[in-house]
Design a protein around this ligand. Sequence first.
Ligand SMILES: Nc1ncnc2c1ncn2[C@@H]1O[C@H](COP(=O)(O)OP(=O)(O)OP(=O)(O)O)[C@@H](O)[C@H]1O
Ligand SMILES: [Mg+2]
Length: 221
Amino acid sequence: MIEIKNLKKTFQNPETKIDQTILAIPSYEFKKGEKYALFGPSGIGKTTLLHIISGLLTPDSGELLVNGVNVASLTEADRDQYRAKNIGYIFQSFNLLDGFTALENVMLGMLFTGQGTDKSKAVAALTKVGLADRLHYMPSQLSVGQQQRVSVARAIVNDPEIILADEPTGNLDPATSNDILALLFEQSKDKTLIVVTHEEHVLNQFDHKVDMLSFIPQPTN
Ligand SMILES: Nc1ncnc2c1ncn2[C@@H]1O[C@H](COP(=O)(O)OP(=O)(O)OP(=O)(O)O)[C@@H](O)[C@H]1O
Ligand SMILES: [Mg+2]
C-alpha cells in the first residue's frame, strides 16, 4: 500500500530561478490489488509522481509511505534497493537495450536487486507474457507489441509489489494496446498498478481514475 501525506514537489524554473510547485497532494492512498489510471494534461506532473513513487525523485515535503516506510527518508543506496525490489517500471518507448536479446534485457532488470540474476526466473517471466519462443530475439527483431511484452516481463521479473507504467500503450495500435493492458491487469492482480494514460479507451478500463488536475496547488493570495 502506498500512502501519500501532504506531499509537495517543487521545481526551479531554469530561466527565472523561481520555484514552481508542481504537485501538492494533501492525502491519497493507492491500495494493494487495485488498479489506478492517472490522467491530466501534459506537464501536470504525472511522470513526476511516478518518479517520486519509484524513489527516483524525492518530494520537498510531506511523506510517501510504502508499507509504512517513508521512501524519502531512505539513503540513496537504500532507495535503489527499494526500487529494485518493489517497483516494476514500464515506459511508453519500452526502453529496451538494443544490443541485447529479450532474455538478456529481462535479466538486466534483475541486476540491481543485490541477489544476482536468475535465468530461469527471466525465462518464466517471458513465458508469462507469451514470449517463450522469442527469448533470443533482439528488440529490432520483435514487433512493437512484443517489445512492450518484454518490458512487462522485465517489470515483473523481481515480483515487485508495485507496477508503474507511463503511457505503456501510447505507441501501440488499439488492438495491441488492449492486449498489453489485459496482460498488465493479469500480471498485477495482487499488486498495486498505476498507469498514466491519455487514451479514453484505456482510462475506461480502470476503477480508479485519478484526475491530476485535482492535485494542482491552490493559489494562496
Ligand atoms: N528537472 C526539472 N526541472 C524543472 N522543471 C521540471 C523538471 N522536471 C519536470 N519539470 C516540470 O514539471 C512539470 C511536470 O512534468 P511531468 O513530466 O511530470 O509532466 P507529465 O504530466 O508527465 O506530462 P506529459 O503528459 O507531457 O508526459 C512540467 O511542467 C515540467 O516542465
Ligand atoms: Mg509524462
